[in-house]
Write a protein that binds this ligand. Structure first.
Ligand code: FE
Ligand code: FE
Ligand code: MG
Length: 162
């Protein structure tokens, strides 16, 4: 990022990069959790859940890309080794040992709730300090809120039919 672009940020750039790298780890783990969950899926409403999981996986991967682009703009280094995802993640990874639609959706709801908390706190941190990062975080948060809502609705339908 250019000199002035950096000067307008009222936060420590190293700390911002660290925060975005933690979110990057979350996004990759969320991506894989959705992606592998979609492959394993069994049970009621399989087709509907599958479509939603695949859509969300694509969204998480896009979020990862947004975070990396911003990290690079800040002249930071994005996480280079997958083994570091587990070291820095906020939200972790829920192993989909039970492939039933209800269990998979519940696990992903937990992940979305964590993501909402994380991005909401990132919004507070960047507010009035770094409008570019703030706008990016807001865009991601909007998606995570939609993800949670989509999954809650699916879970209601699954439970209604079970
Ligand atoms: Fe995401
Ligand atoms: Fe999400
Ligand atoms: Mg959706």
């Amino acid at each position: 990022m250019g000199k002035r672009g950096k000067e307008i940020i009222g936060l420590k750039v190293d700390e911002l990069v660290e925060m975005f790298n933690k979110a990057l780890a979350d996004e990759w783990l969320a991506y894989y959790q959705y992606w592998i969950g979609a492959k394993l899926l069994r049970g009621p409403m399989r087709e509907e859940v599958l479509a939603e999981l695949e859509e969300h996986a694509a969204d998480e991967l896009r979020h990862a890309g947004m975070l990396v682009d911003r990290i690079l703009q800040l002249k930071g280094t994005p996480i280079l080794k997958p083994e570091d995802w587990y070291k820095v993640t906020n939200c972790g990874y829920k192993t989909p040992e039970d492939p039933s639609t209800g269990a998979i959706v519940e696990q992903n709801i937990k992940g979305e709730r964590c993501a909402i908390d994380v991005y909401n706190s990132m919004l507070e941190i960047t507010k009035e300090k770094d409008p570019i990062s703030y706008t990016m975080v807001l865009e991601i948060l909007r998606d995570e809120v939609e993800h949670e809502d989509d999954l809650e609705r699916l879970l209601e339908d699954i439970e209604g039919r079970a």
